[in-house]
Design a protein around this ligand. Sequence first.
Ligand code: PMP
Length: 441
Amino acid sequence: KTNFRNLVVGVNTKIPLINGSYVTAINFDNAATTPPFVSVLQEIIRFAPWYSSIHRGTGYKSQFSSNLYEQSRDVIARFVKADPKKNTVIFVKNTTEAINKLAYRFCEEGKKKVVLSTCMEHHSNDLPWRDKYKVDYIDIDECGRLSMEDLERKLRKYKDSIALVAVTGASNVTGYRNPIHKIAALVHQYHGKILVDGAQLIPHVPFDMKPDGSPEHIDFLVFSAHKMYAPFGIGVLIGPKSVFEQGVPADVGGGTIEIVTHDFIRWAEPPHKEEAGSPNIIGVVALAAAVRMLESIGMENVERYERSLTDYALCRIRTVPGLRLYGNKEDCQDRVAIIPFNIEGMPHDILAAILSYEAGIAVRNGCFCAQPYVQRLLNIPGEEVKKRIQDPKMDHPGMVRISFGIYNHYDEINVLVQMLHKIAAHRDDYLLKYKKILNRA
Ligand code: PMP
């Protein structure tokens, strides 16, 4: 048994099943959101008496809160080994806001107009680029892995007009980790920059942005606190200070300026220039506390433990008759703890509902905000997707996804696998029952 279990709140919560009995809730939806660390909630309570406005008051509490807010940038920078001299740590709402902010910023730089996204991105690292740039998508192979050959091909094709390669550190669908430092080295040869969407990577493995002078360094990194044991509403955008020194920020208002008259503006220095409005000090305090806890566990230990959970789950889940795994079915070396699957003849939303109502297991189903990637993994061409939209009776394509956190346990995987066996053995009975419950034709 590991001793990670009691680090988060809510692990012993009892929830009702459809038959009226109660079970301990199992959360296998950590790729969406993790529960907070106990230490994070304690830190919020400890901080509460000092709760005050940031950068806007001379009162003792305001000064104290402002100092804590600024020190938290260093905690975050150290965690991902961001170069403190060259980089700025900007606090945002979440990964999505961070990427939209960057898309706006880069647009202002003009001239270089191509952004290479990939076929495996979350919509948040695809849509923000679409109307501002010429976007092309780096292809994937038959397993759903990024094609390094296609990356090189596209770099050669667009050459110096490439502004940015926007790539996920780990997929929120297959869990695949991309070789981001190798990609960075290639992109830099073409004088482009690289953005790593760290939403699924930063909470699970040690991370190193690498020094600015190194060819492998990561130019921009974004991630969200609610996927790393801290609350919603806070995230991070890290990038070269010089990029944010120029031009006008995406959001303007209080906190973003140094001097204003009716016909003159001098913007504040980054990061302040990019943090319009009163900052989310509770969120920042909580995120810094989560980072300190992850550091004290050791990210190598987090990675090792979650890999062993994934290994175990892959091994066990494969024994379920009719179960279809997607992407890489064997290897755990290049993935974070995410496993997508389906059971033949069972719609993904019904399977997810059965797991919840009959066993208290929370999973995610559907396309996980990565529709083009899921369509590719399911072999559904774009034209077919459009046809299905016209027909309300057609099932929406999708999968079921389980994703682990540091507090999950082998016993919980056993409960899942046992339930999946039961569902596979009595598939038609479950289908009949749940089509009625969910009001499905
Ligand atoms: N990128 C990836 C890879 C994600 O998994 C997610 C969240 N599912 C996001 C971006 C968006 O994160 P947020 O909703 O916190 O903005």
